[in-house]
Design a protein around this ligand. Sequence first.
Ligand SMILES: NC(=O)c1ccc[n+]([C@@H]2O[C@H](COP(=O)([O-])OP(=O)(O)OC[C@H]3O[C@@H](n4cnc5c(N)ncnc54)[C@H](OP(=O)(O)O)[C@@H]3O)[C@@H](O)[C@H]2O)c1
Length: 317
Amino acid sequence: MAKALMCAPEILKQDLQGRVFIVTGGNSGIGFECVKQLARQNAEVILACRRVEDGERRVDEIRAEHAGANVHVRRLDLASLASVRTFAAELSAERDALHGLLNNAGVMNTPNTKTADGFEMQFGVNHLGHFLLTDLLLEMLKKGAPSRIVNVSSCFHDMAMGRKGDIHFDDLNFQQKKFDGWEAYAQSKLANLLHARSLAKRLEGTGVIAVSVHPGWVRTDLAKHTMPLFVQNFLLRPMLSLAGMIDPWAGAQTSLHALLASDVPDHNGEFYSQTGTYRDKSCNKGGWPMRSPNPVAHDDGVAQRLWEKSEELVSRA
Ligand SMILES: NC(=O)c1ccc[n+]([C@@H]2O[C@H](COP(=O)([O-])OP(=O)(O)OC[C@H]3O[C@@H](n4cnc5c(N)ncnc54)[C@H](OP(=O)(O)O)[C@@H]3O)[C@@H](O)[C@H]2O)c1
């Protein structure tokens, strides 16, 4: 297994005083590591999560290490578009500018469940919730320009446990065909990548950059719908590490690079990958940036259709 890609040390030493970032799902796993690092670099960080008490506990942990950390917790449930609207409305009533939006929260291989608005859970949380959130925060990101939007996708946008990543426009919410948790995850993660690609085109000339990332295969709570976490974290831990599973700090590197590295604006709309598992094995070592091996990820027709469909779905809900 290739070695994990790590940020250049100088990127993680920049003083981010005066810069404001939102990290969705910032209370856990990769998102928490990103919140912690941005706070260490003196940024103001809004930790957006659905379990506010857990978020507050995580902020206490950060303050125990870095007393001056400027981190606030705000409630955001991406499985409810009403919650997304409330979050964005309250934030924009309070402040003008935003410099980074890390669309990180996600669920994987969930049972066949629906969001409050009736969307398949993974498509709803991973894509539609972030689609609406980004749209509602665009004016703030434009005011904060140069600013960045980073969508946390996955190498599973290419292939997830044997299911090819595609956007199933005829049945986005698995209302007709039999539900498959991996197919739904692959669809939602491909949507993250196409969303960033479309944003980059639409925001050209505004100083707002959008990219997507694969963070690596990371030891977090994401697998909770697939196996009991003690199996991953204790029983199989040595074996999974040998097979390429990395810790959350290494898992945060691609997101931090995409948010902070100075050459990212030269790659607007592109995909940044940590080590991963792709159909084309030559991609497994990752790349910052890297051309996705999934042809659908480069199809502007699909990106445009997904944009229009997403707009329709979130405005109807
Ligand atoms: N771990 C990996 O191997 C891996 C690989 C590729 C891509 N990714 C991507 O990395 C991102 C971060 O995942 P992770 O690995 O750090 O997993 P994690 O530890 O499970 O974190 C996921 C975060 O998303 C939040 N979330 C889930 N549903 C939400 C909702 N309805 N509203 C708001 N927040 C919600 C979770 O909140 P709760 O704590 O309340 O559940 C948690 O904070 C995800 O987008 C995932 O797809 C991870």
